[in-house]
Design a protein around this ligand. Structure first.
Ligand code: HEC
Length: 139
């Protein structure tokens, strides 16, 4: 049965700020539309992202808050989230599900899901020594 109300849910909870930890603080990102960004890790992504001591487990989330380029202290509203969620190859590309989610309505931009724009760029920068398992930044 078709249901118009059946919107897919983003892979991070609406109240992620309660449990996710900031791993990179407010700064501009030339590769992400020159937005001001913060990066947060879900509990199971925290030590792999920060310490690179183990691989990311299934379901681990690395989330990037993106704000207007003028918001130099990241105190204003989030424009969108770009999100990497650890997933088997079947659901993702290069081990991750890639998503863009608009704020504040948490609507997934389906055109960007697993888009080659994300995966192509991260395939290049997501390798050592700077990258790790598809993530691109030294924490
Ligand atoms: C032009 C290259 C480029 C494109 C396109 C791109 N990224 Fe990134 N991304 C980067 C780089 C470089 C970083 C790390 C430095 C920074 O934050 O600017 C990064 C950081 C991230 C992070 C924080 C974790 C980390 O350290 O890698 C997430 C999450 C992310 N990108 C998701 C996405 C998603 C989802 C898309 C597609 C909607 C995307 N990116 C498109 C280059 C890119």
């Amino acid at each position: 049965m078709a249901s118009a109300a059946c919107e897919p849910e983003p892979s991070f909870p609406a109240d992620y700020a309660k449990s996710y930890v900031e791993v990179r603080n407010c700064r501009p990102s030339s590769e992400h539309d020159s937005h001001l960004i913060r990066v947060l890790a879900s509990p199971s992504a925290l030590s792999p992202y920060r310490d690179r001591d183990a691989g990311f487990p299934e379901g681990a989330v690395v989330l990037k808050e993106e704000r207007d380029f003028g918001d130099v202290s990241c105190s204003g509203p989030v424009l969108k989230w770009t999100v990497m969620t650890r997933r088997s190859e079947a659901a993702g590309v290069n081990g991750w599900l890639w998503e863009t989610v608009s704020a504040p309505d948490r609507r997934i931009d389906v055109k960007e899901t697993n888009s080659t724009r994300c995966t192509g760029c991260h395939a290049g920068c997501g390798r050592g020594p700077d990258g790790f398992e598809g993530t691109c930044a030294v924490p």
